[in-house]
Design a protein around this ligand. Sequence first.
Ligand code: WT7
Length: 660
Amino acid sequence: MSDAPDIYPPSQEFAARAHIGSMAEYEEMYARSVEDNEGFWREQAERIDWFEPFTTVKDVSYASDDVHIRWYTGGKTNACYNALDRHVDAGKGDKTAFIFEPDDPNTQEARHISYAEALRETKTMACVLTNHGVKKGDRVTIYMPMIPEAAYAMLACARIGAVFSVIFGGFSPEAIAGRIRDADSDFVITADQGRRGGKTIALKANVDAALQKTDADGPTVRHVLVVKNTGGNIQWHESRDVWLHDATPEAQTTEASGGCPCAHMDAEDPLFILYTSGSTGTPKGVVHTTGGYCVYTSMTHEYVFDLHEDDVFWCTADVGWITGHSYIVFGPLINGCTQVFFEGIPTFPDAGRFWDVVDKHGVTIFYTAPTAIRALMAQGDALVTRASRASLRLLGTVGEPINPEAWRWYHETVGDGRCPIVDTWWQTETGGIMLTPLPGAVPQKPGSATLPFFGIQPQVLEAASGEVLDGPTEGILVIADSWPSQARTVYGNHERFVNTYFTAYEGKYFTGDGCRRDEDGYYWITGRVDDVINVSGHRMGTAEVESALVLHEAVAEAAVVGIPHDIKGQSIYAYVSLGEGYTPNEDLRAELRQHVRTVIGPIATPEFLQFAIAGLPKTRSGKIMRRILRKIATNEHDALGDTSTLADAEVVDKLITGRR
Ligand code: WT7
């Protein structure tokens, strides 16, 4: 595709109908959003309903000795009320909120769930929670498959003011236990089993195993609320476990007598905690609050996806990630939109599933990850073209940089050259989309997340000096000022929040990403600049995988690096040195890879595991030289760089010979 264009302006047809239909309009609104930042965000706050008005729009300090981020203080609202009640109150109860598309289309039926039904189910679940003693501010852990009850669980917590912590269904008992402990959570919502790609996932069994760990120092979790999904066999703990269907009649009585109304939450009351990996230590519980999160997710959802009343939106993420929180649950529901809620995976029953579902439900806006696009691209065009995809009008991507080849395939083959693509850069910590083209206004360049969303002030810094670089340049991506859905703290550890995001460059939010800015002011994310690996759009900390490895009795020391991978973007390459008495062999290699899977979850499994027979390369002060390990892993040992600080140069030669 050497004659393919470098720039794709919005079509006139798309622009004519778009909320923001020209570059001039985008530029004007953007200028206003930064010049009169508070006035801009005061107006935008009107898109949600408030029980009581806020008194201050913005109260923010990025100074490292006093980091605080507050938006809309004094205001009272409720995320569930904005997502469900208000639409039903306004007579939109019959509109479809979710089109549930099940894992196996041959044995399960799709279902349309109206806003009224979603509200009913959510209220029931909220009353079940209160009947079991869950109160405002309590932390509720949610470990669910991709069934609508996962959304109801989140909304039910929001309704009563409980802080939910969703754990992706692919995480291990060990990971669940760690998050339950960290959040000091005494209530868990799960399902008997989940379905994915024709397989069942033992969710309840994983929760049981996790609670065995947390119970080791005396029981902490009082109740496990279980949704019957597959009806498969599970173990039951009489005093602790509660079936949702058993608790429902009582909850309905509570509800009928006016129980479980929407709690009046302060704009700055926490809405949820979501764990994400960083460059050091265990995953951090990023805290998002209520008012600003609702304003920003619904606003970005409307503008970035150019949402109209008749759209059918489909975000293929799992609710276990921030993408699912912001663009399956809160943004779309607050906007009262109809969306596909998908239980399955892109390759089951075959790799044409996405496009079949697009036709089946008339999807107009489709949002997925580059890793999925690359995987499906590798399966050939016939699986795409067997579906008409005629309903599609806009495509989106998120999670990692998209290579131009995959972008063009998405554009030409999936979108028939007709649909703009929004490449959206953002993070768990940002709560919502930060860099993106507005599809009716901003010409797209394959591989670039293009320009900032309204109110977002990106800067590129010189890494070493922290100097702000102007014009076309390359460096560290920071954000100079706050926006309403920014994470407020790390749960229980504000100091860690400050150290992670506000000490690298004083007065700026440090994203952890590198980027290039071109002559048109477009941003091109070049990837993480810290020890975070992006595997299939999911963040993995090298330290986390290393800690998992050293938990194994055979492992003396481990070092992990990320290497490029055609489909996943990056994959994990682990170096392991063994303890006394252990000999490297294939069985042990398989066992160690499996061990990481068990400790963290399948996404953390090292693609390659090399035994470091002579040890790991270290400086004389004992620091592992990851830079060298990265080069060896990618077979660039001619470009190792300066090795003069190595304590023992021979170690490197041994590693090169033993490369996987
Ligand atoms: C990291 C955040 C936000 C939802 C998904 C991931 C990378 C994300 C893009 C993009 C290039 C991207 C960054 C970022 N990333 N979107 N469009 N282009 N890189 O959330 O797990 O918090 O990861 O994902 O490196 O820092 P997350």
